[in-house]
Design a protein around this ligand. Structure first.
Ligand code: GTP
Ligand code: MG
Length: 220
């Protein structure tokens, strides 16, 4: 029996739509970060800390969840604007879902943070027009995840090891995690943080600020 591979055409058309989204974001001058991690790794908590650091910047969060608005409600307490996407049955955001909210973006933003659906696998397969992917690995998940779920760690420009405050209580070795990330991706920048205590956010946000400024200069 002939096997038909339908995944590839889907990804090809997604890539084309992602390029159009990217052009939209570039025209806006916004630096776009696609934030991907397992459920509960701390995506929203990390986003809250990043928003806190960039108090003078105009920020939009595109919040992706299968259902509900809980994270949007949390983020609306910050100075960022928030747009919610409910994917209903899909375990990831794709470029066409992002395209549907572009008409709602009617003012310029410095930074657009996209919280993808909690999942370590599918979101990595779909470009959405981002500048880069930021993966979060939380310490209770284990330091072996980069080798078991390689695609995300292969593609991520930045890997944030979150929940460092739990290190004394969990079986997670930061050096092993970094080695495992490096096996997949030698260029990834790794930052160890605690969204609970705020530790480690200065170096991460200083790095992000350079990227945001670089994009602004490109636009001017
Ligand atoms: N101890 C500790 N807990 C954290 C940290 N970051 C987040 N949490 C907690 O972990 C839980 C999940 O955090 P969220 O930020 O909601 O995680 P998420 O990845 O956005 O979750 P989903 O959107 O549901 O996939 C919450 O109870 C947070 O308070 C951290 O650095 N240390
Ligand atoms: Mg969340």
């Amino acid at each position: 029996m002939k096997k038909v591979n339908i995944l590839k055409p889907v990804l090809v058309s997604n890539k084309e739509r992602a390029s159009q989204n990217k052009k939209f974001f570039n025209d806006l001058g916004a630096f776009v970060i696609n934030i991907i991690a397992s459920p509960g790794a701390g995506k929203t908590s990390v986003i809250e800390r990043i928003i806190q650091y960039f108090e003078a910047e105009k920020i939009l969060v595109i919040e992706g969840d299968i259902r509900g608005q809980t994270d949007s409600e949390r983020l609306r307490k910050t100075h960022a604007d928030v747009v919610q996407i409910n994917t209903l049955t899909e375990c990831h955001l794709d470029a066409f879902m992002i395209a549907q909210v572009l008409p709602e973006i009617t003012q310029p933003y410095d930074i657009i943070l996209v919280e993808n659906v909690g999942n370590l696998v599918c979101p990595a397969e779909f470009e959405i027009g981002e500048d880069f992917k930021l993966a979060i690995l939380s310490t209770p998940e284990g330091d072996d995840k980069p080798i078991k779920y390689p695609l995300l760690f292969h593609l991520a420009a930045v890997v944030v090891v979150n929940k460092s405050d739990l290190l004394p209580h969990v079986d997670f070795n930061v050096t092993h995690a970094k080695d495992n990330i490096e096996k997949e991706n030698k260029r990834a920048r790794v930052f160890t943080v605690s969204a609970k205590t705020g530790e480690g956010f200065d170096p991460l946000c200083t790095f992000l600020a350079k990227k945001v400024d670089g994009k602004k200069k490109n636009k001017n």
